[in-house]
Design a protein around this ligand. Structure first.
Ligand code: PMP
Length: 394
């Protein structure tokens, strides 16, 4: 049997070109070839994020949580008010990070699976002390719910706050335009829609966020400090060697390849990031059509569903061993994550390179259907496959 297909919401299957780019002898961080790739990757991050030339990209060795820590450590002083738009497990995480930094954190909590509307946030901001920072989770991977970053960021700006967006399950997949939307720190991890292995904490920082860092009273820990890293990244972009702490030299050339693939996307009518966003929207809709044809309900409410993953309720009589049954059919999916409802749903990732591979998407829906049938819940897998194909073609 072929290798199982990994369809969890990160890490994801790599494109052949990215996989090949990771299979190199580790380069020196000051070799000319590495410097060139790193400089190129930093410039491409701005393009993928939709960030102006005045924004600063940051690449640290670490996972997405490190990027969350870094954003908060550079923007929040003890005693600062922080508002977290809370749509699940990862919003809880940034709230915890901000409160450990000494921030006075208020959460605007959505029902699990729901989003938070602009009016709700506006009312919350008016009700308490003006926050220094508003944190949004673009897609909360624990609920599969997506928030409308553009409208929430606009409300936060009206209140004079900086906007931090956790895009770990979104950046490079869900439509986003950092500068046009007024986002101040847009962060992600390498192992999701960017399409790399785990290991890079990626953020882009706006000039307003940079100015706030310069006013900060309690400096961040050394490894997290934007002002320590900035001269290093500036040097790499200028083609000069530089060193503060050893960068992830195997992953960074692959990052350049992965970002290049996104920017070169060509789906006929649209190109570049527009093509990537449209493709994820089409694939998200196609997967939802497949789940509906299998008679499955989603956890996120209508209109709030992410395009990068599906969080799917277990049907009556089917237990949390469903992912294991699907695994036996050759496709790895994830169980529930949010502690309060963990055993009531499962999750399927559909972001990155797999969105260019209709047969892998079909294989996934078919394996879910077979797993349900194995669990004693018979479904019409052929009908679901037709629904997915029709939505992909439409
Ligand atoms: N935020 C979101 C939305 C995530 O999905 C994740 C990881 N699943 C994280 C933050 C944390 O990232 P990491 O596991 O890479 O530290």
């Amino acid at each position: 049997m072929s290798d199982p297909l990994l369809m969890i919401p990160g890490p994801v299957v790599l494109s052949p070109a990215v996989l090949a780019a990771t299979a190199i002898a580790p380069p020196s961080h000051v070799s000319p070839a590495f410097i060139e790739r790193f400089g190129s990757a930093l410039g491409r991050m701005r393009a993928v994020w939709g960030a102006d030339a005045s924004c600063r990209p940051m690449v640290l060795a670490g996972s997405g949580t490190l990027a969350m820590e870094q954003a908060i450590a550079n923007l929040v002083d003890p005693g600062d008010a922080v508002v977290v738009v809370n749509t699940g497990y990862f919003s809880d995480r940034i709230a915890e990070i901000a409160s450990r930094r000494g921030g006075r954190v208020r959460s605007v909590r959505a029902e699990l699976g729901a989003s938070v509307g602009a009016d709700t946030l506006r009312a919350e901001l008016a009700a308490g002390p003006a926050p220094a920072v508003v944190c949004l989770t673009h897609v909360d991977t624990s609920t599969g719910a997506r928030v409308d970053v553009a409208s929430l960021a606009a409300v936060a700006k009206e209140a004079g706050a900086l906007v931090v967006v956790d895009g770990v399950c979104a950046t490079g997949g869900e439509r986003a335009h950092m500068s046009a939307w007024g986002v101040d720190v847009a962060l992600t991890a390498s192992q999701k829609a960017i399409g790399l292995p785990v290991g890079l904490a990626l953020s882009v920082v706006s000039p307003a966020a940079w100015a706030a860092r310069e006013r900060l009273r309690m400096p961040p820990s050394l490894y997290l400090d934007w002002t320590v890293w900035q001269p290093i990244f500036e040097a790499y972009e200028a083609g000069r060697p530089s060193y503060f702490a050893t960068p992830a030299t195997t992953l960074i050339p692959a990052l350049d390849v992965a970002l290049g693939e996104l920017l070169d996307a060509d789906d006929g009518p649209s190109r570049g990031m527009e093509a990537v966003f449209t493709r994820h929207e089409r694939v998200g809709a196609a997967m939802r059509a497949g789940w509906a044809a299998l008679g499955l309900d989603l956890l996120p409410e209508a209109g709030a569903e992410a395009n990068t993953l599906s969080a799917i309720r277990l049907p009556e009589g089917v237990g949390p061993d469903l992912p294991a049954r699907i695994g036996k059919r050759g496709v790895i999916v994830a169980g529930g994550l949010h502690p309060s409802i963990r055993h009531t749903y499962f999750r399927v990732g559909h972001m990155g390179w797999v969105t260019t591979q209709p047969e892998l998407l079909l294989r996934t829906v078919e394996a879910v259907g077979a797993g349900l049938t194995d669990a004693g819940h018979a479904v019409d897998v052929g009908f679901a496959a037709i629904a997915v194909e029709a939505a992909l073609d439409g």
